[in-house]
Design a protein around this ligand. Sequence first.
Ligand code: SF4
Ligand code: SF4
Length: 434
Amino acid sequence: MKGPTLALSLSAFSAAGLHFLRMDDKGLFAACLMLPLLFLVRREWARYVLLTALCSMAAMWIAVLIQISRVRFQMDEPWGRFAVIIAAVFALTILAAIFVGRMRFGDSGRALPGDAPAFVAFLITAAFLALARAKAPFTVLLADRAVNGAGWMFILFISAYAAWIAMLMVENRATAKLRLRIWVLFAAVFFAQLFLGLLGFESFLMTGRLHAPVPAVVVAGPLYRGEGFSMLMLFASTILLVGPAWCSHLCYFGAWDALAASNKKRSTRPPAWFAAARPLILALVAAAALLMRARGVSGYHASIAALAFGLAGLGIMAFVSRSRGYMAHCLAWCPLGLLAVLGGRLSPFRIRIDEGCTDCGACSSSCRYDALRPEHIRARSPGMNCTLCGDCLASCRGGFIGYRFPLLSGRRARTAFIVLVVVLHAVFLGFARI
Ligand code: SF4
Ligand code: SF4
């Protein structure tokens, strides 16, 4: 069964690839040749993707058949032989889909809990990136900026990456290490782009201009300039979708604080005055931005001020987060983090502690965001700083901590959250601009 399935699929993907090559789309041609690599992924989600691709290609052949036959018929050109060839390719593609549909991937021979979420993450990521690539007024994808036309292969790669992470996260309750790794990778890609921009490759920078890569600028920038709200809107849309998860999965700066804090296996408890520090910093940053605008301070000097603020934050990471195990920068210094946790209340996603909790406190030190103090545990609800990171889930032996979403079971709420946050993570990685 495997041999014929592979042969049929390779032929179907090659035929579609050649069609795209004829239309001078080398990127789609290469992506079609890459798709069979999914046979190497021994999981059902990969089979669902292959099946979807083959069915889409079959639909494409019907559209090609109708369109070109009609044109040839109207121009009174011979179309019969052409129709037979396309019909044969269509039949080959459908046969390949039937064979793939009957095949089982993986050792278990059945779908595991992470397969359906992984497939959904793949589809949404691919659809979003393809749409953005087609509609954006500039070269939006990272790969297209590096190698012209590489976008389709990149979409395939990033979507498979999203599927893989979603699968791992859904199937493992202990996701702290994985989350840290993918978050640091994400931040590293962003900063690599920044350095390329600094070296003079301007296409790697947002709108071709250099921006200070400091989250506070997302708030202060529009106040200083009186325009340029795109980053703030992007931030707000992630808040609506996944609440404060910006600060546990999506921020290119917070990843370094998480890395610094991970130097300690467990978090200690931050001082109580931390809670007052961030509102004060937010007020000061906003006031400074407005003052600089009123005084007509140049963009150059405003950027220097923003970079100095960012460098001070890096110092906090290096000297406080590293030695204490909590995310000192994000908890006390970053004004955007405060907006994330406040705005995050708009999203229905929550972490809750079940009534069965024994108040043992084992989860407390797994939270690097100071959201599981004894009073929070007694209230069965994490504190305001919770970023929905999910690190505490595995620390509760009784499994009393979990995600909640109205009308969904705890398991489904967690799966939905993971799919959404992974898609955002992958899509942002695909854009990766500072
Ligand atoms: S607190 Fe600030 S630096 Fe930390 S993750 Fe949130 S936005 Fe990023
Ligand atoms: S309470 Fe749990 S989910 Fe919330 S920030 Fe702390 S460890 Fe993360």
